[in-house]
Every structure is written in C-alpha cells, then in structure tokens.
Write a protein that binds this ligand. Structure first.
Ligand SMILES: [Zn+2]
Length: 684
C-alpha cells in the first residue's frame, strides 16, 4: 500500500489464533454481487480446505454475515462471533469442500462512491464482504466472479468469461496461485481499458474512467519501462498471470497492491501539465514492487512489515532513478533522511522491527536500510540475496530472519553492525546516512548552496549566481528560496536570472516564495501563468491578483477555464478571485458562487469538495445546500475528509438558526447523517 506522503498512520496488526497449524484453505470460488441501493453484497462461496491436524472445527472469518443454501456433508456450518464455523470429524490430510450463499452489509472494506464500487482489504478486513481468512499466513487461490449492475469489473487474475444479461454483467476471473485474503479485490466502474505487454510477455491492462481517457498517456507514462525495469532489477520473473491498474474515486490511500490488480487514487490521473507536478510514477512502481514484496512473499506478522513497505519503497525509488536520474534518487533519499532525522531528534525514532512503527519508519527508514545494506555488501550480493529470498519463500510467509539468512548466504561481509543500526536501533543513523549521500556530486553541490543561507549577501552573491546559471532543479530552488530573505534590490538580478533559466522547478520556487512582486519583475512574473505546472499557475495567479489588483481582470481572463489538478485547484481559486474582483457584474458573481457551492456536492470527489468547503468557509458563502453537503461530508468514509468536515460543521453549528433548521429537517437526512447529527445537535 502507498500512503499519501503527508500521512503518518499507525498500522496495528492484531495477533490471531493460530488456525494455520490446523487447516490450510486451498481454494475459494466465490461469486459476489454488490447491491448499490443498500450498499450491501450477496454472494456464494465454494471453498476447499485441507486438514493439517485432526480437529472437530475450523472457521472462515466473516463479519456479520447471513448464510443460507448450505451444501456441506462433513458436518454443520454455523455463524458466530464474526466467523463461519465448519464442524466435522476432520482427519489429518483429508480435503473437504463446502458451499453456501451469504449476505452482508459491510461497514468497511467495500465502498460505493459515485457510480463506482471498490474494495480495500489492507488495514481493513476482506472478511467484511467476503468470507475469508484475516490471518495473512493462510494463502488461498481465490477465483472471483463479480456481478456488476453496469460497467466494467476489474479483479484479481485473468478474465475467463463475461456474461451480459439484461440485469448486468457477470465477470469471471481465474487465479492460478494463492494469496493472502487482504489482497483480494475488485473495482466496478465505467472504465475504459488500454493494454500493453511487458518485455517478458505479461499483459498489462491500464484502466481509466471513461471521461478521463484523454489522460491515458500522461497518467500511465513509463509503465512498461517501470515493469521491465523491476522484473530485471528484482531478478525474479513477475509471478502472476497478468497485471492491471485502475484509479477510483475517493480512495483511502494513494494506492493498494491487490494481487495483479492495483487500485489507486483518482488524484493521480493527470494531464500533460499535471504530470510535471504530481505524477503516478512513484505509486505505480511502489504497488508493482509489492507484487513480489508482499504478495509473492508475505510478512508473517506486523514485526516484519518493513519486508513489504521498505522493499516496495526502495524498489520504487530505483525505478524512479531509472526514469528521472541519479540526482532525483539522491534528492529523495536526502528528503526522507531529513524527515527521519527530525523525528529521531525529537526522540520519536522507532525500530524497523516495531510492529507499531509509523508509516514513515516502515516506508522510508525501510528504504534507507536497504540502501545502506547495498552500500555495505555491494550490488551483486544484494541482488543475489533478494532473488534467492524471493525464490525460496515464493507463495509463502516470511520473517526478517529469512531475508537476513539469504543475505548472509550470499556475502562474506559481516552485517551485524548494519542489523543493529538499521533494523534494531530506534534512532535514525543520520551521520551514516549523510555520509552515504555525499557519494553524489549533486548532493555535495546542493549542500554547498544550502550552507550559503547563513552567510552575508556579499559572500553569497556570486555562488548563488552560479547556482542559478544552468541550474539543477533542486539546488536552483534552494538558491531562489534564499533570495526571499534578502532586500529586493540585492535579489533582483538573481530573480531575473532564475526567470531566464527556464527551469520549471526553479521558476516554481519564485511563484511559491516571492511575496511582493516588484514592478520590474512584473512582466517576467506574468509569464509564470504559462508554465506547464498547476502548482505554479495557482500560486502565480493568486500573487498577481493580490499584487496588481488593477490588472486582475486581465489575469482572470487569461486563466478562465483552466481546471488544474483533479481537485480543480486552479478553477476553484479562479472562482474565489473572480468573486472578489471588481471586473464582474453581481449576476456573474452569483453564478461563480453557485459553481463553487456546487463543488461541495457528493457528485464530486472528496478532494474537490474539501477545497470548496475551505474557500466557502473563508468567504462565508454558506447556504442551506452547502450546509447539507457538509453534513454529508461529516460521515464520509475517508477519515481525513470526514474529520476536516466535522470541524467546519462544528463552527457552522455555532449559528443557532442553522442548528434549528437542521433539527426541523432532520428526517430528510440519510441514516448515517442522522446518526451523526444526533451527536452534534440536540434532536427532540
Ligand atoms: Zn506499500
């Protein structure tokens, strides 16, 4: 899984009873039919299990499920305590089979958003929508059939059959190898598909919502290169029949590596310009790397979570190095080292083997540990160890010791100090890390530029000028940021140089840091509106309108119609500026307000809605429908959006008229909205 980088999230893995020693669930053929109207699911399960140790009962995890139409001859099937129990006189070595139908209304793991339905099994439990095994240590061959009332189904494995009926489409999928239950997934939506093939012949299916098909190329840019690179770099052929990727609305994380079937956030669907700011490449590579690290070999418990996230983060970084080059690779390592050092300096460092560590530790410290291990034992031994480890434990579960044993088998180098410093130690070994970074000439150069920050102007004028001559993306940005604290007459010629560099990221640094635009830079600054970056365009549009309100009309004309990212960052800012600008008539302003208010509706993604709510709050543009939309947002499945909305709603409810109206109209809200309203207003 890939969290958004600004999230710090605790992953808790619950210890489960060791049923895996008693029974091995071999195969499950399941048909599932989600029901939009009730957000529920109906299904049937045909399951096969092998008894490893004589017993009289085994179970599947199944949260609040009703079962019926049972076909099972070995004993009874009953539901209790979020489980489905199978009883019988089970003999060691024997294989048993059971069939039943079921119904469930999942509180989590299965989501209905807009016209899409999708699942998220990690961090949640698949057993909310499909009887399965919460314990990652029992791997099952899942063959799903999914009934979609309309649209396309994407799920694990290869499509073997599609039956179209007047009521919808039944898609059947085949998997040949077993996986942990948290990796079972499907997505239903109005998707279009493009297919490419890896160098090794693996079919790769790329999906996009029908309205986004113009973004196929920038969204999935370099996908084949990433796939071919990882297959070669990891040194073990891609272990599954095919691979597919599908973006969905209101996803909970950045992406999730369901076996053969990555689901990711629609926020990564970008056009040509958005690609420069916020592309899918890192998440694309990260989820693909998990197909080996996590899906082929799976952690046996949370203690070994870094074997999944650390490896996926590290191999994604290697893929990015392949695409963006060595400087980018070192820059990202440097960025994560800074974050880890800051955390560690606050006394909040954690060991990689702490099952309760934060995602920053599992992901970034995990990647650092692997970078340092490779530095220590050399590229060849590292690659051999990784490949041998994957081959030895394929379709099985792993612990850190299993990986270390393979490392020790491939190298004569003593790694005990590395184990202590990078696996066990809670503090981040910043000095070792920074010394390793100094191997990069770019990093040396960057450090030289960043050290200039404390020097008087006379001492840094020339080196900053040099840094802005044919600038490196990152060192050039650093040079621009340092100009912000200088008197403008000193900085002017250097800003001019930065503008003329034509480096997108250096110019973006001006947009983000120069607050008061001097008249002499006005024309150059205006050219930022044409830069192919929605970050730059948004910041520049705002700054220009604030600095030169007399010219706001011209800037607004120029940027009218630009949407920006998936969250409509440029469009929403444009509306705000147009509402306060003198250029427009009152009636026009009313229509801008209505457009902005409209973006709070559940018709739109939570990213669009969150931005709209923020602007509406700042401009005090609330009306009844916006408040109703806010109540709806306060029960959204995305916790970040939900919590932000709840805070805003608390403020809105300070107004007693609003509160009274909500009380009067209480019955017009949905069940979950009413439940929340009951908590925040006193309903009679
Ligand atoms: Zn991950």
């Amino acid at each position: 899984m890939r969290f958004f980088p600004y999230l710090v999230f605790l992953v808790t893995i619950f210890a489960t009873a060791q049923q895996t020693a008693v029974v091995d669930f071999l195969q499950m053929r399941a048909t599932v039919a989600p029901v939009f109207e009730t957000s529920s699911v109906r299904g049937s399960v045909d399951v096969t299990f092998k008894i490893l140790k004589q017993t009289d009962s085994v179970y599947l995890d199944a949260v609040a499920m009703k079962i019926y139409n049972i076909k099972y001859t070995a004993g009874n099937i009953t539901t209790a305590n979020d489980k489905i129990w199978f009883t019988g006189d089970f003999k060691q070595g024997n294989v048993y089979q059971a069939y039943f139908d079921y119904e469930a209304t999942p509180r989590q793991t299965l989501y209905f958003t807009g016209n899409q339905i999708w699942t998220q099994g990690q961090g949640k439990y698949t057993s909310h929508w499909l009887p399965s095994i919460d314990d990652m240590n029992d791997k099952i061959e899942f063959d799903l059939s999914v009934f979609a009332p309309s649209g396309t189904v994407v799920a694990n494995g290869i499509v073997t059959d599609i039956v179209n009926t007047s009521k919808g489409n039944l898609y059947s999928f085949d998997m040949q190898k077993p996986m942990a239950s948290y990796l079972v997934a499907f997505a239903i939506g109005n998707f279009q598909k493009r297919e490419i093939t890896s160098k090794s012949g693996i079919p790769i299916e790329l999906y996009l919502s029908a309205q986004d098909t113009a973004n196929f190329e920038p969204t999935y840019r370099h996908t084949k290169k990433i796939f071919d690179f990882l297959e070669t770099e990891i040194g073990v052929p891609y272990p599954w029949q095919n691979y597919k990727q599908v973006p969905v609305r209101d996803f909970l994380y950045a992406g999730m590596e369901n076996t053969t079937c990555t689901i990711f956030s629609e926020a990564f669907v970008v056009d040509e310009t958005g690609f420069n700011d916020r592309n899918y490449i890192n998440v694309n590579a990260h989820e693909l790397a998990h197909q080996w690290f996590g899906n082929l070999v799976t952690e046996s418990s949370g203690t070994h979570h870094w074997l999944q996230e650390g490896f996926a983060t590290y191999f994604a970084l290697l893929a990015e190095r392949e695409i963006f080059g060595e400087d980018y690779y070192y820059w990202k390592l440097y960025q994560s080292a800074e974050q880890l050092k800051a955390l560690s300096d606050e006394g909040k460092g954690q060991s990689l083997l702490d099952p309760k560590a934060s995602s920053l530790i599992f992901y970034e410290k995990g990647a650092w540990a692997l970078h340092m291990l490779k530095e220590r034992i050399g590229e060849e031994a590292f690659k051999n160890a990784v490949a041998a480890y994957l081959k030895k434990y394929k379709f099985k579960n792993v612990a850190t010791q299993d990986f270390l044993a393979q490392v020790k088998a491939t190298t004569g180098t003593d790694i005990s100090a590395w184990e202590k410093d990078w696996l066990q130690q809670t503090a981040f070994k910043a000095e070792q890390a920074f010394n390793a970074l100094l191997k990069s000439e770019f990093i040396q150069n960057y450090f030289e530029v960043s050290r200039l920050a404390t020097l008087p102007w006379e001492d840094k004028k020339i080196p900053l000028t040099t840094a802005l001559t044919f600038p490196n993306d990152f060192a050039g940005q650093e040079a621009v940021y340092q100009l912000a604290s200088e008197p403008i007459q000193n900085a002017l010629p250097l800003y001019q140089k930065a503008f003329e560099s034509n480096n997108l990221y250096v110019r973006q640094a001006i947009a983000l840091s120069l607050v008061e635009i001097p008249e002499t830079l006005k024309q150059a600054y205006e050219s930022l509106l044409d830069d192919p970056s929605y970050v730059t365009q948004e910041a520049a549009l705002y700054s220009l309108c604030v600095n030169f309100p007399e010219d706001a009309a011209r800037y607004l004309d120029k940027m009218d119609g630009v949407q920006g990212f998936q969250d409509k960052n440029v469009r929403q800012l444009w509306l705000v500026l147009a509402i306060v600008a003198s250029k427009y008539k009152l009636s026009e302003k009313e229509s801008f307000k209505e457009e902005l208010r409209g973006y709070t509706s559940k018709k739109y993604s939570f990213e669009i809605r969150q931005k709209a709510f923020q602007y509406i709050h700042q401009l005090e543009l609330y009306n009844e429908s916006v408040v109703n939309n806010l109540v709806n947002a306060a029960v959204h499945h995305n916790w970040r959006f939900r919590n932000a909305s709840r805070e805003l709603l608390d403020e809105v409810l300070q107004n007693s008229d609003t509160k009274e109206r909500l009380k009067r109209e209480y019955n017009s809200f949905s069940i979950s909205e009413r439940k929340y309203l009951t908590r925040v207003i006193e309903v009679q």
